[in-house]
Design a protein around this ligand. Structure first.
Ligand code: NAD
Ligand code: UFG
Length: 338
């Protein structure tokens, strides 16, 4: 019996595959490599000393999916595959709706046809929108999304909820991630963004390594303690371990459950800059810049439901996140390109 990991060569997927293999699960990766490199699969094998089957396949390719389900005995799917760049989703919404929503529908059709009805899905805190106050709880109403990327996450959650309502044999876990950063301790796998990073920590590590001159701090007039945006940063290995708990849940019982995966603590942009400087003894040059359109002041989780129902808590602190992000960046200045 195997676990199929769509998007398994990407940032969160690769870390989750390491933890799946370490926990003894046979693991199969499906990825079209549109935002990752097959080198990460080699490194997953290197870190774990275990073999992983890899299929270069698109989740919209029904025939390709059918072949994978026919060739393997797949018990559950962890579904990471999708596009995730917020500005790109605004300029090219159709690609996001096609890839993320269309791809998920095709994946679920192939799963149903193969009799595999257990899925763990990568959702996002973005579905809470801007109206709900932090700490965010799973029973709060969904918010208004501010970009097509966020809308795809909201709609996919609905697709999966409707699917469960239509057929109670399904077992669905919707995981709402907060802000994943950090990397595996080995420094061999990590986040490898294309071009100039959109997200805070990859931007900081590229300033640290000298690729970028300085960080633009987007807004210092938010209603937060130091005026900069507050987020719930979570170590990617803690996040990966949350997926092991979620897989155990979907393997063990049917149902449709939603869980926040966060630490419950919010840090500002300047907190992260200071923590990075202190953890790694490197100065980060920054300038105050205008707010980024669509950003909210504060976003952090109440992670108690995942603790109570999955037995999962994040244990790695911001210092460890900053040390591990830097180890990955400094050991791999060009990411997976040697
Ligand atoms: P990533 O881009 O590193 O990984 C996604 C992987 O999916 C990539 O390897 C990409 O090549 C693959 N992929 C994309 N479209 C595909 C398709 N049609 N068929 C097959 N493979 C495809 O991103 P990540 O940070 O690891 O994120 C994983 C998931 O978690 C995504 O769904 C993302 O939206 C979600 N998420 C990420 C964050 C974050 O901050 N990183 C936050 C919330 C949710
Ligand atoms: N920031 C800067 N400068 C930068 C980049 C970011 O000041 O160069 C600030 C942002 O304004 C924000 C904070 O750093 O206050 C974090 O920004 P990120 O882009 O790292 O993360 P976001 O919280 O904006 O976005 C993340 C994911 C999205 C997801 C969203 C909500 O990247 O995919 O969380 O879950 F939709």
């Amino acid at each position: 019996m195997s676990i199929l990991v769509t998007g398994g060569s990407g940032f969160i997927g690769s870390h989750t595959c390491v933890e799946l293999l370490n926990s003894g699960y046979d693991t199969i990766i499906l990825d079209n490599l549109c935002n990752s490199k097959s080198e990460s699969v080699k490194r997953i094998k290197e870190i774990t000393g275990k073999d992983v089957k890899f299929y270069e396949c698109d989740i919209r390719d029904r025939e390709g999916l059918d072949k994978i389900f026919a060739e393997n005995s797949i018990e559950a799917v962890i579904h990471f595959a999708g596009l995730k760049c917020v500005p790109e989703s605004i300029s090219d919404p159709l690609s996001y709706y096609d890839n993320n929503i269309g791809g998920t529908v095709t994946l679920c059709q192939a799963m149903a046809a193969a009799g595999c009805k257990k899925i763990v899905f990568s959702s996002s805190a973005t579905v809470y929108g801007s109206e709900n106050p932090s700490p965010l709880k799973e029973d709060m109403p969904e918010g208004k999304t501010t970009n097509p990327y966020g809308t795809t996450k909201l709609y996919i959650e609905r697709v999966l909820k409707d699917l469960y309502a239509s057929d109670n044999e399904w077992s669905v876990c919707l995981l709402r991630y907060f802000n994943p950063i950090g990397a595996h301790k080995s420094g061999r796998i990590g986040e490898d963004p294309n071009g100039i990073p959109n997200n805070l920590v990859p931007y900081i590590t590229q300033v640290a390594i000298g690729k970028l001159d300085h960080l633009n701090v987007n807004g210092n007039d938010y209603p937060t303690p130091d005026g900069t945006g507050v987020r719930d940063y979570i170590h990617v290995v803690d996040l990966a371990l949350g997926h092991i708990k979620a897989v155990e849940k979907v393997l063990g019982e049917t149902g449709c459950n939603t869980y926040n995966l966060g630490t419950g603590t919010g840090y500002s942009v300047l907190d992260v800059v200071n923590a990075f400087e202190k953890a790694n003894n490197i100065k980060i040059k920054y300038e105050i810049a205008p707010r980024r359109p669509g950003d909210i002041a504060t976003c952090y989780s109440d992670p108690s439901k995942a603790k109570e129902e999955l037995g999962w808590v994040a244990t790695r602190d911001l210092t460890e996140m900053c040390e591990d992000s830097w180890r990955w960046q400094s050991n791999n200045p060009r990411g997976y390109e040697e």
